[in-house]
Design a protein around this ligand. Structure first.
Ligand code: FES
Length: 203
């Protein structure tokens, strides 16, 4: 796995014309997908008055802020200020843009420039879940190597991409080997059990 790339979501959880908040390297980002399927990861802060862009809406190839409707194009440049429709927005009004890419059904973000492509991970995307506290992988019979846990849940091979979040939370993006839907449902239950165990330790 390339350290530069962080898994942030399963690709199917971010359909076209949708935006979601994610956090990478402590940076809050608005992750969005345009009408043509282009992925983007931007600072989650509108240059106007700081509203979260992840509360905004996607139209075509642009992301618009929910507050005063300023809209931003593919490079993070401001395209339109509705209160001043005849004004060409200054070049200086820009949202910081990061690297986003899709590989193996997973969306990856890099906050630093990298020549390496995002990793390809074995398995089919199953689900993502957030855990309030680090999971005890050994207790679950899984082995952790770097940010990836591997092993079997309900006799199905799984690969779990661990995304660190602030305050010790983690997002888990899970891929599983091919299996019948009933078996995958069991895996999903096992994952919820892992989450419960981790969070009970907080109580
Ligand atoms: S805060 Fe975004 S348009 Fe005003």
């Amino acid at each position: 796995m390339t350290a530069a790339w962080t898994p942030v979501a399963l690709a199917r959880d971010l359909p076209r014309l949708c935006v979601m908040p994610v956090c990478v390297d402590g940076i809050e980002l608005a992750l969005w997908r345009s009408a043509t399927g282009r992925l983007a990861a931007w600072a989650d802060r509108c240059p106007h008055r700081g509203m979260r862009l992840s509360h905004g809406f996607v139209r075509g190839e642009a992301l618009s802020c929910i507050y005063h409707g300023w809209s931003y194009g593919a490079e993070g440049n401001c395209l339109r200020i509705p209160a001043h429709p005849d004004l060409e927005p200054p070049e200086a009004i820009r949202v910081p843009v990061y690297h986003a890419a899709e590989s193996g059904g997973v969306v990856w973000v890099a906050t630093q420039a990298t020549d390496a492509p995002p990793p390809v991970v074995e398995g089919a995307p199953l689900r993502s879940l957030t855990v309030e506290r680090a999971v005890d992988w050994a207790a679950a019979g899984l082995s952790l190597s770097g940010p990836v846990a591997r092993g079997d849940l309900s006799s199905i091979g799984v690969t779990i991409l661990v995304q660190p979040l602030p305050q010790g939370r983690q997002a888990l993006h899970v891929l599983a080997e091919a299996a019948p839907p009933a078996a995958l449902k069991e895996v999903s239950r096992d994952l919820e059990g892992l989450r419960r165990q981790a969070e009970e330790a907080l109580a």
